[in-house]
Design a protein around this ligand. Structure first.
Ligand SMILES: C[S@@+](CC[C@H](N)C(=O)[O-])C[C@H]1O[C@@H](n2cnc3c(N)ncnc32)[C@H](O)[C@@H]1O
Length: 250
C-alpha cells in the first residue's frame, strides 16, 4: 500500500478536479500558513531557480496541474508523465505551446522521454505515494532522462524506521491504544504515504546514480514553511558528470 493500481484508481477515477488543481492544501494548513503564500514560497525556492526559458522540464505526476501552471509560465518546455490519462488531458489543455511531450506511464518508467534530454525534473505529492520498489524505479528513470548536471527536485516520504513502523502496526491491532495514540499523535494518520524512510530515499537516489545535493523539510523566512506533515522531505538531486565532482546548486 499504496500500489500503482491504487494510485490509478485514486487519482484517475476517484479524486475530483476542483479549484484548478489546488485541492491539496493540507501541508499549508499544517504549518498554519495561508495556502497561496505557502505555494508561492515553495515555487520560488524549488521551481524558479531551475525552470527558465529554453530549458527542458519534466513533471512526474502533475495531477490537475497546480505546479504545471507555474512551470508552463516559466518559458521552459514542459513534458509530463503520469499514470492517469485524465490528469494528462487536464494539463495538456492549459499548457498550450509550452507542452513538450505528455506520456502515459506504467508507474515505473517514462516511455518516450529520451535519455539525457531533461534539464529539470520536478515532482510533488507523487513519490510520497510510492513504495520503495516503485520509487527506486522512478529514480532510475530520473537519472536516465536528466542531462549531466541536470537537477531533480522531488517531494518524498520520510517515514519512521522499520522498528517504529512495527510498533505502529502492533498499535493498530489494539484499537484502544491506537485511539489514544491517534489523539496524542495526529501524525498516526499516514497520509497514504509509502513506507519509505528519508534514509532509504537517499540510498535509492545514490543507487540510481544521482547525487543528493540537499534535503529540506523547511524553507522561507524564519523557516516558516514546511512539508513536515506526514514527515515529508523535499530533496534536490543532480545527475553528476561520470567522473568528477558535481556542480553547486541552491
Ligand atoms: C496527489 S496527486 C498530486 C498532483 C500534483 N503533483 C500536485 O501536487 O497537485 C498524485 C499524482 O501523481 C500521479 N501518480 C501517482 N503514482 C504515480 C506513478 N507511479 N507514476 C506517475 N504518476 C503517478 C497521480 O496520477 C496524480 O496525478
Amino acid at each position: 500500500m499504496p500500489s500503482v493500481a491504487e494510485n490509478f484508481r485514486a487519482w484517475n477515477d476517484e479524486w475530483p478536479e476542483e479549484r484548478g488543481g489546488d485541492e491539496w492544501t493540507g501541508q499549508a494548513d499544517f504549518c498554519g500558513q495561508p495556502y497561496e503564500e505557502w505555494k508561492r514560497s515553495l515555487a520560488e525556492r524549488f521551481i524558479s531557480p531551475f525552470a527558465a526559458p529554453g530549458r527542458s522540464v519534466l513533471e512526474i505526476g502533475p495531477g490537475h496541474g497546480r505546479w504545471t501552471r507555474i512551470l508552463g509560465a516559466s518559458g521552459a518546455k514542459i513534458s509530463l508523465v503520469d499514470i492517469s490519462p485524465r490528469c494528462l488531458r487536464t494539463c495538456e489543455r492549459f499548457l498550450g505551446p509550452a507542452l513538450g511531450r505528455a506520456v502515459l506511464g506504467d508507474g515505473s518508467s517514462f516511455p518516450g522521454i529520451p535519455p539525457g534530454s531533461v534539464d529539470f525534473a520536478w515532482s510533488f505529492d507523487c513519490f510520497v505515494h510510492m513504495e520503495l520498489d516503485v520509487l527506486s524505479a522512478n529514480l532510475r528513470e530520473v537519472r536516465r532522462v536528466l542531462k549531466v548536471g541536470g537537477i531533480a527536485v522531488i517531494h518524498h516520504p520520510g517515514r519512521w524506521p522499520a522498528g517504529l513502523a512495527l510498533a505502529r502496526r502492533l498499535a493498530g491491532r489494539l484499537p484502544r491504544l491506537a485511539t489514544l495514540l491517534s489523539m496524542g499523535y495526529p501524525r498516526i494518520d499516514s497520509g497514504w504515504r509509502g513506507w519509505v524512510t528519508a534514509g532509504s530515499f537517499r540510498r535509492a537516489a545514490r543507487d540510481a546514480g544521482l547525487r543528493v545535493v540537499s534535503s529540506h523539510r523547511r524553507w522561507g523566512p524564519d523557516d516558516r514553511f514546511t512539508v513536515a506533515k506526514y514527515r515529508d522531505w523535499i530533496s534536490v538531486l543532480e545527475r553528476p558528470a561520470p567522473h568528477g565532482p558535481g556542480t553547486r546548486h541552491p
